[in-house]
Design a protein around this ligand. Sequence first.
Ligand SMILES: Nc1ncnc2c1ncn2[C@@H]1O[C@H](COP(=O)(O)OP(=O)(O)OP(=O)(O)O)[C@@H](O)[C@H]1O
Length: 762
Amino acid sequence: MTGIRDELAHEQTVVDVLYARLDELRGAARDRLRRVRRAGAVGTHQNRSERDAFATHYEDRMAQLDAVEDRLAFGRLDLQEGTTRYVGRIGLTDDEHRSLLTDWRAPAAEAFYRATALHPHGVERRRHLVTKGRSVTAVEDEVLDLSADVDTDSLSGEGALLAAMAAGRTGRMSDIVATIQAEQDRIIRSELTGALVVQGGPGTGKTAVALHRAAYLLYAHRRLLERSGVLLVGPSSSFLRYIDQVLPSLGETGVVSTTIADLLPGVRARAHDEGAVAEIKGRLVWREIVRRAVRARERVPATDVRVRVEGHDFVIRRRDIRDAIAHARRAHKPHNAARATFVRDALGRLADQYRDLVGGPLSPEDRASVMEDLRGNRDVRVAINLAWFPITPEKLVEDLFAKPHRLEEAAPELTAADRALLFREPGSPWTESDVPILDEAADLLGEDDSLAQAEARARATERAAEVEYARSVLSSGAAATMIQVDAETLASRFAPTGPRLTTAERAAADRAWTYGHVVVDEAQELSPLAWRMLVRRVPTRSLTIVGDVAQTSSPAGARSWAAHLRPILRDGWRLAELTVSYRTPATVADTAQRVAVAAGLPVSDLRAARDVTGSLTVVGTGRGERGTSSRSVGSTVPDDVVVTEALSLAKEFVGAEAGRVAVVAPAGRVTGLADALTAALPGGLGADEAARLTAQRPEDAQVTVLEPRETKGLEFDAVVLVEPAEVAEGSGGTSDLYVAMTRPTQRLVVVHARDLPEGFEQ
Ligand SMILES: Nc1ncnc2c1ncn2[C@@H]1O[C@H](COP(=O)(O)OP(=O)(O)OP(=O)(O)O)[C@@H](O)[C@H]1O
């Protein structure tokens, strides 16, 4: 006992020193910020810009230091060479630059996650520190000597890991930095280049690994990625909310998180297409369809057109227009950008008619003035527009869906039945699967040339001056006290126009932005066309792709990574697998695996890290079910049975701080069950608790009713699954059932009236 108490006391002393240092750094950053702010908005424009830039950096630094308060230090390595190293959320040094704490992402921390008895990586003992606030409450040691029969498969930091797995869920994902397992660490630290596909069953930590990898890459390649940015793509905005604490808790805020639906600036896609339509819209053939639709806006008129300008007759000849179109196309520019070439050429040919009319060569000034007159004439403008129509991506795509003749002309690859499915009224809301088509259109249409070019020239000149100025600030040493920064980044903070934007903000607003790395979660749901859209944003193909092809619910999604990714990445990707479930108790995980295998889903191996007694309960309510006759009969699960089960789980698992219970039901039953449950809350849990729960925002709700696909990527302490057979018949098939069954961390209660799907019972 004394031994442990001494150990705790010793670790407390170390942890106290680390927090003292953290407080000191915070104080210093706060003082610097105060000093900069006190200087106020006076002085020259350059002085003000410089102060703003410093202020922003100190604010960033303070946010970073604040974010690491919780579990600042969580590990200790005793090395065979006789030294000791503490591992934590950030690196800390003392005034003499001696290391106090090693950042978990630094090479020196790698052994904390990788060392095993067989491969000790120079480690004699690994210690997990368990802290509450700033107090050390426990330590957990693993001795990594070379004794022969040690199970090298055992989980590292098992006590801390099991505690994390058993903790009540809050509706926000938390980081796993203290308990990352070796198979996960290898993926997190995998090299930046190329595309890495991480396949793993439900609960194997794919999301956690993807987020920690983003933080690791930002640390290991900061110079490159801080400037180009990292894009994180998730399946839905509720999922993004679920994970939005993880990166800030790791000290990273510079990642653009979005969904495919929100990836195109200026387009808000809030509607969803039903399965068959989503599948058609996800096909790669849209590249050709959109290309033809664009070409249809470059059109030779049916007949020559006569116009009268300033008292002279001109003929807009079909032949001239054909040649001008061919000439403009040869520039290989997007449609709207190439339009300027077409217009110049077409007007030039009309000016030639004028020259022939007056019978002599024109001086450059005369020619320019004739062309201006022609350009200003309404009939000429109409004829030119009809020949080369300037058009936005939105209008082009809307016309394809609202005007059947346009789609028929552009899409010979689609059957008449497919085309009929795509029809919709003009003005209909954009759907998520429209977005990659809009992006193809934006790519082929480009922007209207002249204005954009003038703006780009002005921006480039401005930017060069800013970078030059930032360089002079850096070389003058004025920035020596700032956190590491390069001239480009600093320049973007100095930019005099508009608000100072971070890389992430600038990237999110710019369709043509190319990122240094892209992380895609629930990647199995992306259609081939959505992949094209993403890859366009990362020309280096530096990607982390995490998902599970057994959980695919979208008919446009992947059932095999190789088949799905080949058209986009060819063979340029590598595969890593995760095999241990850190979420679902073994009994539940094994049952879900059997159901998935029986349905022929391409499941990965899955081994649960733990089991929980009584984690699976099956309640039958159908006719002839043993022991259920008093409840009800019939082939539909009654609402009241579901409500009773949900209330009983809420009593057991939901507390003021944490704990979440979800009813997962076929889509058609969600509203009815939600109403029934809300009505029953006061009677079941008391008026106060009911009021507290009903006041919660949907995304934070501790007791909630969802359809299977809404639960993708999420987790709950306990789940009531309503009528699995019907869930499996929904549009997402058994994949949706597999997802629903693997959401709970503690308990799954299955309520059914119909027969259970195959594989359920052993
Ligand atoms: N090394 C770990 N230490 C502690 N908890 C972990 C660890 N790895 C994963 N977890 C936890 O396991 C749960 C499942 O992780 P995560 O959501 O990342 O899995 P997933 O593979 O993305 O699941 P799904 O396929 O269902 O979306 C989370 O609560 C996560 O925090």
